[in-house]
Design a protein around this ligand. Structure first.
Ligand SMILES: [Zn+2]
Length: 182
């Protein structure tokens, strides 16, 4: 969680969680809750992330406790993709009503008891190990595209701790081949 520390508060609202602050990099007034621990707005945080080498990104994630460890294993084999796709599509997803600004659907670990925890975790690992990194908000997330949907889990949870798996339809400009840009 970003700390409300950097930048000069300029808004009239006295709640420090709501008041705007200047981004340390570009100076743009930004709601404090969107400023990261380095004082950057989401756009500048993303630009900083994009300048890092893969090794620097790994180190950054460790230092900031913002990511789970994973090995990037590249695209899945067609057989693995078919298996993961089948598993994802044979479990219930429901609409997340609490996040209207980011419409998505979710499934819960306990709804996968027909196949068991090990298989649920196999799918979570597949998303991280065979997916791609996408910046959303102030953090890098691992996403996997399968059959017209993108799937992800919470960015800072270990595989064993994940209880929610999310998805949303790919936007028209996205496609399963986004794998290629990873
Ligand atoms: Zn900025």
């Amino acid at each position: 969680m970003p700390k409300p520390i950097h930048g000069a508060g300029t808004g009239t609202n006295t709640d420090p969680w709501v008041r705007d602050a200047g981004c340390q990099d570009c100076g743009t007034l930004t709601p404090i809750r969107e400023i990261d621990d380095h004082g950057a707005c989401p756009d500048c945080a993303q630009k900083r992330w994009e300048r890092l080498t893969p090794a620097e990104r790994t180190a950054w994630c460790e230092v900031n406790h913002l990511h789970y460890p994973y090995q990037d294993k590249g695209p899945m084999t067609p057989e693995q993709l078919a298996r993961i796709g089948y598993l994802l599509e044979s479990h219930p997803f429901r609409f997340a009503k609490t996040m209207p600004r980011n419409p998505h659907w979710y499934t819960l670990r306990h709804e996968w008891q027909d196949v068991g925890d090990a298989v649920f975790e196999e799918v979570v690992r597949a998303i991280r190990e065979h997916g791609y990194t996408e910046w959303f908000g102030s953090y890098p997330w691992r996403m996997l595209n399968v059959n017209g949907f993108k799937y992800w889990t919470y960015y800072s949870s270990y595989v064993e701790e994940v209880i929610v798996l999310n998805r949303k339809p790919l936007a028209p400009e996205e496609s399963d081949s986004a794998e290629a840009s990873r």
